[in-house]
Design a protein around this ligand. Sequence first.
Ligand code: CA
Length: 367
Amino acid sequence: MDNYRNRWLWGLIFLVGVVGVNCTGSSPQGSGNEGASPSKIYRWKMVTTWPKNFPGLGMAPVHFAEAVRAMSGGRLLVKVYGAGELVPALGVFDAVSQGMTQMGHGASYYWKGKVPEAQFFCAVPFGLSPREMSGWLRFGGGMQLWKELYKPYGLVPFMGGNTGVQMGGWFNKEITSLEDIKGLKVRMPGLGGEVLERVGGVPVLIAGGEIFTSLQTGVIDAAEWVGPYNDLTFGFHKVAKIYHYPGWQEPGPILEFIVNEKALQTLPQDLRAVVQYAADAVHQIMLDEYAARDPAALEELIDTHNIKIVPYPEEVLAALKKESEVVLKSLSERSPMAKRIYDSYFAFKKRSERHTRITEGAFLDAR
Ligand code: CA
């Protein structure tokens, strides 16, 4: 994996070098930062929604800071703060929007109370797979819509990682029918939580760092977080024994870097490219890390901790899928912007489904 990561970084250093050479000796045309000095050192702060250095999720900001430092020759330095160090986990969006810090890393569904449409850019129940999601954002019109959505808040979004398809969550009582979900308090953010509510569950939104205690003390009955690698780190297997799958609620959640637009504009053009390509590299590195570490963690949960891995019953998945359609349709009716994002997302999904089925789907079934 280190070799792969190094190849990425060297490729990016080359790309940024090309941009840098083009800029040398003159003000970058149309960059809006004509006063910027090429030798100036920019010091940024990045607040995050994760515990400091949390495996996978919390390492994306760290990898980003390392990549940016290396690619800029030390001209852009980013100091990373864990959840609660400067602002609470769920206060990241406001902190960056208001210019308290230049950057943040988190997941857009945490801001659903402020920007409901942002949920399309993180996790859509029964939605796009990780590969399809990247395709939609980068080449299917998704990123333009995301930028437009965040513009009024003075923010520029970047893809900031993807955990891959998640797990369905931790329970102490096996879900055998829809009846078992009634009244169950489940930590489940975003649209997944809304869907759960429609089949009788009680979604609770709490930050990752508080899940273990909430499960242990019975504040919640069940919780979804990420998948084997991250869930093992938090030790959920010590307080719950049933691990349901699949993660219908988060089939390929995108994480985000958000950058204060004014701060981004103060950077010389080469450093803006550094920010873009560092985010791109970190996005891929996270996918690779989960692909490598989730299977090993799953093995440990089964073999060492005797966790019972159970699929959701078909009738439960069918009901959740049906209610997902209602929730997403209703979200699309909340604003003209929501409708545009919904139309773009589902047009892409419709086109991708057949292709994914006869390629990855058929292949996985066959191998
Ligand atoms: Ca999750």
